[in-house]
Design a binder for this molecule. Structure first.
Ligand code: ARG
Ligand code: MN
Ligand code: MN
Length: 362
């Protein structure tokens, strides 16, 4: 059984941030990698959105991750990568109201519209995600694997919707890597924060419990067998009831300890796509990693995945050969020290690199 080694990483962290170059240049040893990555086409999308939770700074996540030099690194490895820029918050959408909602003054001094079941920034979150969904569809239509960097996890309402609905002839399946299940409805949520709800919007059996936009967005696309979790360790009561009642496959940290992460991913992938033909969406919340690996995030929970375990998850998901989209969310560079922020952004870079080019990239 794997022994969890997470001690004295503080010192290592500083060294590794200082030592890692912000861009990598081609060297002769990378020529083989350039060959093997040729043909991989990637679209990079920023989703600087923070209305799914209450802590300022998570909208700086996409820039912090880009500042690691990830796009240059991918390019140098032979990946055909295109930067599609950010999907910005459209301020006009902030001022919409609906009949059910109650206007309050928000803690960040913009308007807060509660959804019918107390969902904070209900209208803003859903209208933003509707635009994000179309943008994800555009990237996929260009024949590129869509990498969306958040932003808070409510952006998975749009990314999964965009992926699922641009692939109507194939069933998209979702691997959710997170300390949290993000499976609340407005009614079950203890916080009203919509970053704790995105998965529930996509499950057909739960979607009737969710309020929608007037045009029906977001339309759910996943049966309960089309979603699986790795890394859970902070699950709300209502979420646990949904997981149990609906039989959604979920591997918490206890199972990772008991079975080993490799076995856990293999089981998830086999469950989601038994004949390995379905397009895979990986939604990776950086808080799946232990806070020692990724301290700058809004809802850290101790006892998480090591970097190596996180990499095994995405490397194995990549090895299946059908990953169509990846989300990397909840990097908040305003939290912790500047060193914490840089360390967390580099953790995000490594996870994205692992998902795109596997283990031989560094
Ligand atoms: N994407 C996240 N970090 N989600 C944290 C969710 C926390 C809690 N379960 C809630 O519903 O508020
Ligand atoms: Mn989380
Ligand atoms: Mn999450």
């Amino acid at each position: 059984m794997a022994v969890r080694v997470l001690c004295s990483r503080q010192a290592l962290r500083l060294c590794s941030v200082l030592a890692s170059p912000s861009t990598s240049s081609s060297s002769s040893s990378s020529l083989g990698l350039q060959q093997s990555n040729r043909g991989l086409r990637v679209g990079f999308l920023g989703a600087p959105f923070n209305k799914g939770q209450r802590r300022a700074g998570v909208s700086e996540g996409p820039q912090a991750v880009k500042d690691t030099g990830i796009i240059t690194t991918l390019h140098d490895l032979g990946v055909d990568v295109r930067d599609y820029g950010d999907v910005e918050l459209d301020n006009n959408n902030n001022n919409h109201n609906n009949n059910h909602s109650k206007q309050l003054t928000d803690d960040v001094s913009d308007s807060l519209y509660l959804g019918p079941n107390g969902e904070r920034h209900f209208q803003t979150v859903l209208t933003y995600n509707q635009r994000l969904s179309s943008k994800v569809g555009e990237v996929l239509k260009d024949g590129r694997l869509c990498v969306t960097v958040g932003g808070d996890h409510s952006i998975a309402i749009g990314t999964i919707h965009g992926h699922a609905h641009s692939n109507p002839e194939h069933q998209v399946v979702v691997l959710w890597v997170d300390a949290h299940a993000d499976l609340n409805t407005g009614t079950s949520s203890p916080s009203g924060n919509m970053h704790g709800m995105p998965a529930a919007f996509h499950i057909t059996n739960l979607s009737s419990r969710h309020a929608k936009l007037q045009d029906g967005f977001p339309q759910a696309s996943l049966a309960t067998t089309h979603l699986a979790y790795i890394g859970l360790r902070d699950v709300d009561k209502g979420e646990r009831a949904f997981l149990d009642q609906l039989g959604i496959v979920n591997y918490g940290m206890r199972e990772v300890d008991r079975l080993g992460v490799r076995e856990v991913v293999a089981r998830c992938l086999d469950h989601l796509s038994p004949s390995n033909t379905r397009p895979l969406h990986v939604s990776f919340d950086i808080d799946a990693l232990d806070p020692l690996e990724a301290p700058s995030t809004g809802t850290p929970v101790r006892g998480g995945l090591t970097m190596r375990e996180g990499l095994v998850v995405v490397e194995e998901a990549r090895a299946g050969g059908h990953m169509g989209a990846l989300d990397l969310v909840e990097v908040n560079p305003h939290l912790g020290t500047p060193t914490d922020a840089a360390y967390t952004a580099h953790a995000a870079k490594e996870i994205i690199m692992g998902a795109l080019v596997g283990g031989d990239s560094q």
